[in-house]
Structures are given as C-alpha cells and as structure tokens.
Design a binder for this molecule. Structure first.
Ligand code: CUA
Length: 331
C-alpha cells in the first residue's frame, strides 16, 4: 500500500485487523459477484441478440437445478457474513472488564473527555498503548459521532444516552479523531486526535498539569453543593431513597414496574426525577434539568456508583473508603 495513496487508514488497535479482514471478505465477494453479472450481461447481450425481424426465441419453462444453485450459494455466503459479522460486532461492543473508563461528551463543536483519574481534555485524548480503554459516550446537545479510523471505532454520541465503545491501541502515535455525524455549521471542524503513548510516558503525562480531582470526588462535592445530601442521607431516614448500594441493583417503582438503577436511570432521576419515582417515596425532588451539565451528571453518577461497594468491615478512614469505592467502580 503506497503511503502517498493509502487504501485503508493505519491499523492501530487490536480490533483493526479483524474489522479489515471482514471488510475485505465482503468487498471481495460482492466485487466478484458484480463482475460476474457484468460479464454474463455482456455475453448474453451478444449471444442472444435478435438476428432477424421474425426471430422468435424458444420458450423456457425454468430449471429447478438453476433455481436451487442461485438460492443456496448466496445463502451460504450471506450466512458466513452474518456469523462472522456478529462475532466482530460483539467483540467491538463488549469492553473487557479491566478496561479504563474515559467519559466522552460531544458538544457543538468539540469533544470533552475525562480520564478515570480526573484529568480533562478537549479534542485530544492521551492513552497508554496496550491498555483497553472503554469510552462512555454522550452528548450535551445534538447527535455527534466519535470516530477514530485508525482504531476502526465509530459510535454515536446521543443526548440522554450512554453509548459504549472500546479500543486497545497497539501502536504509539497520534491518530485522527473525527465527528462523523453532521451536527451543524462547524461539524467539519469538530476534529481532534488520540495520542497513544508508552505507559511510562502516559504516567508522566498524567502527573503533569494541575492535580485533578477524580470524578467520584467531584460528584461527592456536587452532591453536597446541590443539597442532594439533605434528602438522600446516608442513613435511611431521608426524604429520598437511600443511595448507598443502589447502583446496579433492581429497584421497585411507584408504578409497580421494576428497573435496574444503571447510569441511564440515575441520569434520568437527576434531571427529571418525577419520571420514575421509587415505590414508597413522594415525587418531591426538584428537577435538575438545565442546572447541571452532562459532565456534572457523569460526576454524580460516578459518585453514586462508588457508593455501591459493600463495606464488610468499617474502613479506616473516609479516604480509604473512597479509594476502595473507586477501585470497585472501574472494575
Ligand atoms: Cu459533531 Cu458533527
């Protein structure tokens, strides 16, 4: 492949060879079929052309063998594409358990990213090579799409949803990041790069710049600042449901319905609390729609998720409890 005219973007992630192999297979099969059809069309046009004004072709009743052949062969080919495609699809959509989580918020017209340790970046993402990175992608306004061709990942950033993508970079370097969904005037400028570094370099990069606060700590602070804590007390005497241990659990709603308290439910409960009230509670919580941005919502979710850890023995200090909780939330 000539570097002056590359036919495919660089392959810099663990899934890139898989995606390319499938793509080339489908391209090959469809290319051969298309070529075959053109050749047959041309041949038939010449071979069976009308030779005189009273030329009448013989009547053909059909052929079972032919019908079966052109049904079964495409069926088998499609079957291979389907099974192989599903395999790659599931691999692309199931982040490994030990992945580090980076939150991604699309906003007209920039990408805002946050590392698990709290560092924030705009239009640039630094990651260590060889480490699985899980992206939790959402949008502040309209639909965007997070696209890194060298990693073969593209995932929509949809307002009100948390979409997951992941990659494991296999090569150091800087790779293009695009917005792949038309999102307004400056869509074409909504670009950036992913910088893949050696793990030691990444640690140095993390240590540089002002000491960040982890999303859990930011969320905890917001929880106090927004007065959530007055109703969601740490004992069960509050006016709101006890949040300790709630994340990931099934809760019963006033409507009788049961729902898993995942990130999407927590988000909805912060922004429009009246939508799904927990059984046994009054819909008294004010809506925070328009008062907190998506990054703050993510911090609050990180904090509530950190409360999930069951503490078998009382931790030595609140700081120790937090560290423990953070470990659990990234697992
Ligand atoms: Cu954001 Cu296009």
């Amino acid at each position: 492949m000539s570097p002056a005219f590359p036919l495919a973007p660089e392959r810099a992630s663990s899934v890139a060879p898989e995606v390319d192999a499938l793509f080339l297979f489908i391209l090959g099969v469809t290319g051969i079929v298309a070529l075959g059809i053109w050749v047959v069309m041309l041949y038939f046009a010449i071979r069976y052309r009308r030779r005189s004004a009273d030329d009448r072709p013989p009547v053909i009743e059909g052929s079972l063998a032919l019908e079966l052949t052109w049904t079964i062969i495409p069926l088998l080919l499609m079957g291979v594409m389907f099974v192989w495609g599903s395999k790659v699809f599931f691999h692309l959509n199931r982040p490994p358990d030990d992945a580090m989580t980076v939150s991604v918020v699309g906003k007209r017209w920039m990408w805002k990213l946050q590392h698990p340790t709290g560092q924030r970046e705009v239009n640039e993402l630094h990651v260590p090579v060889g480490r699985a990175v899980k992206l939790v992608i959402t949008s502040e306004d309209t639909i965007h799409s997070f696209f890194v061709p060298a990693f073969r990942i593209k995932k929509d950033a949809v307002p009100g949803r948390y979409n997951l993508a992941w990659f494991q970079a296999t090569k150091t370097g800087a790779y293009h990041l695009f917005c792949a969904e038309y999102c307004g005037t400056e869509h074409s400028k909504m670009i950036g790069r992913v910088v893949v570094m050696e793990p030691e370099e990444y640690q140095v990069w993390l240590a540089g710049g002002p000491a960040p606060e982890s999303p859990v700590l930011q969320g905890e602070k917001l929880f106090t600042d927004l007065n959530c804590i007055t109703c969601h007390r740490m004992d069960d005497a509050g006016r709101g449901p006890l949040l300790k241990g709630i994340f990931g659990r099934t809760v019963k709603l006033a409507s009788g319905e049961e729902i898993v308290a995942d990130a999407a439910y927590v988000r909805e409960s912060i922004l429009t609390p009246a939508a799904k009230v927990v059984a046994g509670y009054q819909p008294v919580m004010p809506a925070f729609q328009g008062q907190v941005n998506e990054e703050q919502v993510l911090a609050l979710i990180a904090y509530i998720e950190s409360l999930r850890t069951p503490t078998p023995s009382a931790p030595a200090s609140p700081a120790a409890a937090r560290t423990q909780a953070r470990g659990a939330s990234t697992r």
